[in-house]
Ligand binder design. Sequence first.
Ligand code: UDP
Length: 329
Amino acid sequence: MGPVLVTGGAGYIGSHVTRLLAERGEQVVVVDNLSTGFKEAVIGAELVEGNVGDAGLIRSLIEDHGIRSVLHFAAHIVVPESVADPLKYYGNNTANTRQLLDVCQTTGIEHFIFSSTAAVYGSPSGGIASEHSPLAPINPYGWSKLMSEQMLKDLAAASPLRHVTLRYFNVAGAQPNGLLGQSTPQATHLIKVAAEHVVGKRDGLAIFGTDYETPDGTCIRDYIHVEDLALAHLAGLDYLREGKPSATLNCGYGRGFSVKEVLDVVAKLADKPLTIEMTGRRAGDPAVLVSKADAIRDTLDWQPRFQDIETIVSSALAWEAKLAQQPMR
Ligand code: UDP
């Protein structure tokens, strides 16, 4: 099997994957610069503080541990920030991925799991994106990931490295037993922001745009539970270890909820009304973005387990309540 390297393993999604890998007995080395991640979130793995772009460090970790598989999560992920500071995204997401792939090539890494995003599709026609939909990002975040996807694809064609690229739709929720969750400071994602409001960390929240061409005028997204998403990474790794060919797969459930629908669920589960302001549209938001979700189920040994929106929201609320008592370090 061989030990695995997880970049960004102290972050939201990386920490869930790390814990699941450790739980099934894998040896995991996490490299994370702790810019947005937390030491405490690394459960069952060795944590090395450092940057993905530090070729010397990554090379020695791979060689010293005999690593054969890399799961690459480390990245910046905030769309509006990418619009304001694009080079930050091309630097950390694209240039550092190139550097990491260079080390992977020269050290003979065999399996690479890459965290990509539905943002590579921009605004797909009809709001549904399949893996064959046109790739047309509408913000630098999406471009920074698409460029990395392309490098990976080209490298896989030119070398023995094989990859599973996972295009995440809207990731939300927390580890079902309350062990982990999203702790990112200055969060911008809808369910996280709403959960922070519920625990009193924010006075209210805004709905960005009520004039979209959707039934209630607010944007529709395909929210995927972080634990299901994490399990998809393990299934992707197993798939590559079985010798199967590289694949690029959407990670969504194939159904969408509007911003208003999500906030109604939050209010219901929190059992209190939310303070909501209706504001204008946010730059870079497509009206509808839902996954065509067959390919991942056909390709990987993966079945969704937590797709119920109330399950997603309640886990996010439980985590936020815990975080309010006990901040992450
Ligand atoms: N959104 C909102 N208020 C917020 C955060 C998000 O109305 O405080 C909307 C946002 O405009 C989008 C949807 O919620 O339509 C999902 O946004 P999020 O930032 O969670 O994820 P994205 O789809 O941008 O990856």
